[in-house]
Ligand binder design. Structure first.
Ligand code: AMP
Length: 282
């Protein structure tokens, strides 16, 4: 049995009950339209805890005014079936007006970390993410929460928030799950037309080329970024938003790689913005 809860108080009550019974609670926050990337996080949760809550909430505060919230894919029935067959315990799917009732005015923002990379073109995005994750943490009160490394900046921002606000929650990152041609799975991949979808595989190819370059001894960010840019530019439909190499924790650009660093890219195919990343280790 899987329970679908939309009521905030009911979710909170159930979590409190489970805690008092000694259960270890794990939260996997998502916006639904679940794919293997999301499901891999639920599998990690099942290994780490005994009561798994998957939240499904297309969070309006993390979308800019020109962004795709209205067309964002939604399929609660199929999501619930997938989660049931995996063995998750609760789908928490609150409505927008109960999460943000009239008069709502409180936001949580992590400074610095939220400003580079995706934060440059999406200035309200991380404030929306940290606000909703904060609310979900208060409602579900989990011991552990699992996030994908596909959204590496988001993971860094949430780790920072949890530490800064003294939250007693273990934050776990899961690996990026990819399609056969290397494209990172994303609910937004469904927006791509056939030609865009085919060409989008270039993103992962460019990241792999960077890894190969680093293995051959290149450590200078400029050289690695040029290589990635050249490969992406060979694909007619790819429009680069950013290519950056940053410190894994601070998300600040680094000139040279020592130890390891994150190579992160955002690339547009038509109206669809795709992000991906890889850890480069010397
Ligand atoms: P979203 O529904 O896009 O907000 O994503 C919910 C969670 O799933 C986030 O922690 C994402 O980082 C994670 N996620 C999304 N796509 C992938 C993927 N391809 N591999 C691993 N995790 C992912």
């Amino acid at each position: 049995m899987i329970e679908v809860i939309t009521d905030i108080e009911e979710m909170n009550r159930l979590s409190r009950e489970k805690r008092s019974e000694g259960a270890r609670i794990c939260l996997v926050p998502t916006m639904g339209a679940l794919h293997e990337g999301h499901l891999s996080l639920v599998r990690i949760a099942l290994e780490k805890a005994d009561f798994i809550v998957v939240s499904i909430f297309v969070n309006p505060t993390q979308f800019g005014q020109q962004e795709d919230i209205d067309i964002y894919p939604r399929d609660l029935k199929s999501d619930t079936e997938k989660l049931y067959s995996l063995g998750a315990h609760v789908v928490f799917a609150p409505g927008s007006s109960s999460m943000y009732p009239k008069g709502y005015s409180t936001f949580v923002s992590v400074e610095g970390l939220s400003e580079g990379l995706c934060g440059r073109s999406r200035p309200v995005h991380f404030r929306g993410v940290t606000t909703v994750v904060n609310k979900l943490f208060v409602i579900v009160n989990p011991h552990i929460a699992v996030f994908g490394r596909k959204d590496a900046q988001q993971l860094a921002v949430i780790r920072r928030m949890t530490e800064d606000l003294n939250m007693d929650i273990e934050i776990t990152g899961g690996p990026i799950i990819r399609e056969e041609d290397g494209l990172a799975m994303s609910s937004r991949n469904s927006y791509l037309n056939e030609q865009e979808r085919k060409q989008a595989a270039v993103i992962y190819r460019s990241l792999c080329a960077a890894e190969t370059l680093v293995k051959s001894g290149v450590k200078t960010s400029d050289n690695i970024i040029s290589k990635v840019r050249n490969i992406l530019e060979e694909t007619a439909m790819a429009k680069i938003e950013y290519i950056d190499i940053v410190d894994v924790d601070s998300m600040k650009s680094v000139d040279d790689i020592s130890g390891s660093a994150l190579l992160a890219v955002a690339v547009w195919f038509g109206k669809t913005r795709l992000i991906d990343n890889v850890i480069l280790t010397v």
